[in-house]
Write a protein that binds this ligand. Sequence first.
Ligand SMILES: [Zn+2]
Length: 197
Amino acid sequence: MTGSLRVSGKNEEKRKHDHVEMILSDGKILRFHDPRRFGYLKWFATQDELLASFSHYGIEPLDDVFTGKYLYEKSRGKKQAVKNFIMDQSVVVGVGNIYACEALFMAGIAPQTASGKISLTRYAKLVDAIKKVLLQAIEQGGTTLKDFENADAKPGYFQQSLQVYGRVNEECALCQAIITTKVLAGRNSFYCPKCQR
Ligand SMILES: [Zn+2]
């Protein structure tokens, strides 16, 4: 989420929230700055260790292998809500709460729908929506990653283009129904009860 890496000179003072320092071979210091303490550092002694620690992750959402068919096949027999399913890192990585809410709206799928009950056609639509939302966020400068979700669940940036996220009790831009929210797996899930089934 937030946090940054910065190279500073050897005589530069440490800032508040600089939690990790690495002295580089030229004497400069690589500092990890993390005011919100969401980040962590993990040390791997070998490349095998590194690869093993990523082996349980799913595929990349912008990769060509991420298709409607992939989600469809992976979800058969599952009762898990579709929103939790697409946010499951072992299925696909990097679909955060905001992206999941927006993509489900774009695809017209209610977040609490059982993932195993969704058709191939609807999954194809959902995959298109996920890619679209992610590309849009990247296009808007990547600033979304800088202060993505504040404590009050309002995104710092990227807010103009959000259709449902953070818009509880506001009118849906498509049908004027009132946007509602539901907690799924501990996360606020915003959706239009009319557009999303
Ligand atoms: Zn609507």
